[in-house]
Design a protein around this ligand. Sequence first.
Ligand SMILES: C[S@@+](CC[C@H](N)C(=O)[O-])C[C@H]1O[C@@H](n2cnc3c(N)ncnc32)[C@H](O)[C@@H]1O
Length: 526
Amino acid sequence: MPAMVVIPTIGRGRRVLVDQVHSIVCHRNRNEEEQFLVCWKTGSSTQTPPLSWHSVGELGRCLEFVQDYLDNKARLLMPALALLSKKRKTPDSDTELELRPSPIDRRFNSSSRTPSTERSPSVWSASLAIPGRSNVTASSPSPSIDVYNGVLDSKNGFIVANIASGPDIPEINIQNVPTPEMAHAARRAKTTIAETLIRAAYHRRLDRVIGKKIFLVNTIDSSTPSLRFRYIPEHVLCDGVFRVSPEAQEGCDKCSPHMGRGIGCEYTKKCRCLEYAAVDEARMDDEQKELYTRIKGGYEATTDELLSLPKRFPYYAEGAKRQRAGCLVPFYLNSRRPIYECNDNCKCGPNCRNKNVQFGRTVELEIFKTASSRGWGLRCRQKLYEGQFIDTYRGEIITDAEATRREEATSSKDKASYLYSLDKFKESEGLEDEDIYVVDGEYMGGPTKFMNHSCEPNCRQYTVSYNKHDPKVYDLAFFACRDIEKGEELTFDYLDKDEGEEMDEPGDDAIPCLCGAKKCRKWLWT
Ligand SMILES: C[S@@+](CC[C@H](N)C(=O)[O-])C[C@H]1O[C@@H](n2cnc3c(N)ncnc32)[C@H](O)[C@@H]1O
């Protein structure tokens, strides 16, 4: 009984089903149609996976595989082409490859890493290694590029792939696909329709994001950010990650929406959400100084004692200069002090001046392709004021062990990384490394995923907590650290070095910094 893979299709067209596709191996143009060679999954690793050509229209449900293929095209086709060029010199084989690197070649040569100061480059990229085949190498060319393993047929809305062999079934060794001829043809074949469909799919995804519109602009090349990315409004907690439940969240109970100026919380001494907020030492009297010294010496102060010390609300309240309302006050803006916002259990009401980041982004952003080999970047479509909130960095929250696993699963130092450690309270709470959670923004997150590093940045990232008793899960919020003109790229300092602080000597994994700032430290990280 020959092995068989049944590939369900959807509707009238033979739409391929995402979870049955393993990868795209090659492409070609036939009768003005862009076709891609799909490698299907099999039930077992010993079965030879079937291959079949499909028009790009049929691949609407798995465009991310087409995008993976286009992004990795140069690497996938290179070995086969190299062999072809040795055997048969053609005018456009080796010279064209060496002298004119495609955007894809450039992408592969450009450096990329994580915004976390803690972590090395990471995150697994969709592997295009075909099951049952160790590498894409070309040996004997196939008799024709039309030949593939298996027999594919459309029956009752299914594509049925017989992994069969017999005298009338031409066979090809999957180890040798793409054949040099396939690779050669692919090199010349256009992929414009596929690129257009991928771009349109990404636009549709952006249109579904809640809040102000996010735009996508690319005047540099035909690429689109990865479709393997889901826009999410808040963190997604993965296995082994726990947060203090919202019901157990303590709210402030002495505040009310209508105290004095009607701005919710008005007196720092009443707002219990500020219990652990930073003390404004400059405003302490002698008694407070004495208490504060004792606390720093290890004395466990009561909530009332902690609240008796001078604190500050993080944001300018309504009534301040129009462009300042809601912006961070200098006490927080010019420091790394964590921000404690009020929450749904507070008595201060929905319009409290101490609620901001939790309502999400209110500014229009634009993802754009940078002209300086830094991949995609982010800019704002309106003027921003110093201290204005932009958006949070969010994603899957994973354990430290899972972060390490994901880091180790990627071998390339040139791969962008999106891991960000939630280690703000590590020292103050005596947390061990393995207790720290990590945000992975590669596959899920928000537009801030595209914020690049600058040694002279215009944004800063701040810790924002809505639950003072949860030191492990909180928001990472970006604020403008100076006025930012409309259209200016939004950047932050991945290393957050203080002025004059030295960088380590660059090691093997060092990545050059391309921020172009006058005071550039030359390395993204060392
Ligand atoms: C969080 S991502 C930022 C978005 C990224 N440019 C993209 O296209 O997805 C971090 C990666 O961007 C690139 N990058 C950011 N800032 C850079 C800089 N100043 N110089 C060089 N590469 C940079 C690096 O590849 C880094 O690993």
